[in-house]
Design a protein around this ligand. Structure first.
Ligand SMILES: Nc1ncnc2c1ncn2[C@@H]1O[C@H](COP(=O)(O)OP(=O)(O)OP(=O)(O)O)[C@@H](O)[C@H]1O
Ligand SMILES: [Mg+2]
Length: 314
């Protein structure tokens, strides 16, 4: 069977090497170092879920999007939150539509209860939630299932996930068991607001996504903020990287570097200055206590430190 090539530079097959994995992600503007490229390649090759933990804004969610786009697969996202239960993750019956169908049947004098029952509990009245969607067949191949921020759920849901990820099947009493012919590509992320249970981690390949090095963050800005000069990029990154060593309530991630760079570009900024920094600090720091601590003389000190670093690097 031949498959037509998916759109947007995506490849239909799974990458056959670490380098190819990194190149595929890079074609989606996702900059990926060798350690992350290696686990991503292994997760795809062994069909194991990939568990990514790390600070906020370091590219955990984005890699799932980039992989789906690179492979031409659908991205199915299960956003976790406290109180998320199996019903909201797998399926629900559309009670409102079922009620309308019952009323309509009653009004029409259609009294065949068995037929009505069979119809009401058919696929037409099923609301598919992410886990069920991920297990159903997709013409372009198994989707990427992103189970995002799993640390926000509670332990019973984790136990349920463990089971779902072991057999990739779900049972709907009225319809039977649905089993994924080919398991989805699963990526779990966590911000480590609490430790996720060992049993769940054991099913996965684990990787801690760290803040990028100076050179890698430069590469990310090149990919994500077209039009920015190398000089301004270097200043922004050196400044943000210095900020990350400060004792802040919320350390800025890559997302903040990108946002800040875009703001500076929109303001036609050529180089950082204490004034520009104080005017735009809200793109990098999101807590008033952090802004109050850094604005003013601290910002000037960090800027000088950043300039010295850029000077040494160039
Ligand atoms: N390695 C990277 N290459 C390209 N862009 C990146 C990379 N890492 C982060 N980004 C950019 O940073 C933004 C934030 O990344 P993402 O949403 O994946 O962070 P996260 O780790 O999931 O954060 P959170 O824990 O807050 O959800 C993305 O939109 C993307 O533009
Ligand atoms: Mg995320």
């Amino acid at each position: 069977m031949t498959r037509s090539a998916p759109e947007g530079g995506a490849v239909a097959h799974r990458p056959t090497s670490i380098d190819e994995t990194i190149a595929l992600l890079s074609a989606q503007d996702y900059v990926c170092g060798r350690p992350l490229g290696t686990v991503a390649f292994l997760a795809l090759t062994l069909g194991k879920p990939l568990f990514l933990e790390g600070e906020a804004g370091v590219g955990k969610t984005e890699i799932a999007k980039a992989l789906a786009a690179a492979l031409g697969r659908r991205l199915i996202r299960l956003q976790c939150y406290e109180g998320l239960d199996a019903a909201s993750a797998i399926y629900e019956w559309n009670f409102a539509a079922q009620m309308i169908a019952i009323r309509t049947a009653e009004a029409a004098g259609n009294a065949d209860r068995e037929m009505l029952r069979a119809e009401l509990f058919s696929g037409d009245y099923l609301i598919r939630r992410p886990l069920l969607e991920a297990m159903e067949p997709h013409p372009e191949g198994p989707p990427v299932l992103l189970i995002d921020e799993v640390d926000r759920t509670d332990e019973p849901f984790e136990a349920f996930l463990l089971e779902a990820l072991s057999d990739f099947q779900v049972t709907i009493p009225e319809l039977g068991t649905i089993r994924a012919e080919e398991p989805p590509i699963v990526i779990l992320t966590s911000n480590r607001t609490r430790e996720v249970h060992d049993a769940l981690k054991r099913r996965c390949l684990y990787h801690w996504v760290d803040f990028p090095s100076f050179d890698r963050e430069m590469e990310i800005l090149r990919a994500r903020v077209p039009g920015i000069t190398e000089t301004l990029s270097a200043e922004v990154i050196a400044f943000v990287q210095s900020l990350r060593t400060e004792d802040l309530f919320k350390t800025p991630g890559v997302a903040e570097s990108i946002d800040w760079a875009r703001c500076l570009l929109a303001l036609d900024t050529v180089a950082l200055s204490p004034e520009v920094i104080s005017d735009t600090l809200g793109a990098v720091l999101k807590y008033q206590d952090d802004i109050a601590r850094i604005a003013g003389s601290e910002a000037t000190r960090i800027l000088n430190e950043a300039r010295a670093k850029v000077g040494r690097a160039s």
